[in-house]
Design a protein around this ligand. Sequence first.
Ligand code: PMP
Length: 398
Amino acid sequence: MSANRLSPRIAAIAPSATLKVDGKAKALKAEGRPVISYAAGEPDFATPAHVIDAALEAVRDPKNHKYTANTGLPELREAIAAKTARDSGLEVPVNRIIVTNGGKQAVFESINAIVGEGDEVLLPTPAWTSYPEVIKLAGGTTVEVFAGADQGYKVTVEQLEAARTPATKAMLFVSPSNPTGAVYTAEETRAIGEWALANNVWVIADEIYQNLTYGGVKATSIVEAVPALADSCILVNGVAKSFAMTGWRVGWMVAPEDVIAGAANLQSHLTSNVNNIAQRAALAALTGPMEPIEEFRVAFDRRRKLMVEELSQVPGFRVPTPEGAFYVYADVTELLGKEYDGKQINTSLELADYILDKVEVAIVPGEAFGPSGYVRLSYALGDEQLVEGVRRIRDLFS
Ligand code: PMP
């Protein structure tokens, strides 16, 4: 078989580093093993009932059975404009909004709209796995800017400036962050926004966890902190995380008009309009009662505290308290470079594998998000399981 069966671009996409542990966890579960998994990147709650009702109504309406506008239903774009004004402090007309198949497609279109061959994109890490792959597909180069547990997993302007070159086109800004749960303060956000503005660096702000913050912390939108950034900033968002709607696949991007026009061209050849039933459901989510969403947030907050409390008692786990999203990111460097059961463990990938083998608990190694030495645990699971899994890990290292 010829070596170039696949195109170079597709052949260069890295398989997800989470797959190894995840695949093994699923295989063990299928064998009936009592695996506890902290690997999920989605809420464990059901979608709120009023959203489901709206979808049921929508499916019976023939107008939803046809193609609709590529950029999204006008009513939904209006609702997104209202949400953006409320939560991100940015007033935009609907022609600065496109509805996408999940936040993921919004990330893809955002990067592809502005990043080309030779462009560098600053990526504060640890970061979600998809960004570097999409940057690579667009022909750009990812420049990682790492922030460890000692700095609360938040990069500084000094670090960004040190990584900047004449080729720097854009940066990712993700607050609250997946995988760390870190939330930048309003001042930190403003400092980064001002630096980006002063240096002509585009900001792609992924705000998908914006409504999931705890303990009175608020995630300030970078465009609210620095309004002048509106012409060189793209906001990515969606209903997946805060409305427990990961499977519905509705996200969006908010950007300057020319960027939206470019993204709309791309989307028109890729997927066209997002499923109308899902768009109607998202409309109900954005315009309906917010109580169910607040209930999710309160439950996550309780689990967050429980998780940090339990995990802090595991020898070798350093656990900064996350202020957003639904992940805890533990620094496990102390556990590495040692022998366990006669076998040397040097990386968090090996550690995650060992934990799964020994106590049937699945966690995602830091290699999926940046340097080795860390593990991500999602607390989007029931209290009992949550405590039981951490106890198993604690017993293993005690
Ligand atoms: N951004 C971040 C930071 C995420 O964690 C995710 C989901 N894991 C997404 C975007 C994509 O979300 P969606 O399900 O809406 O595609």
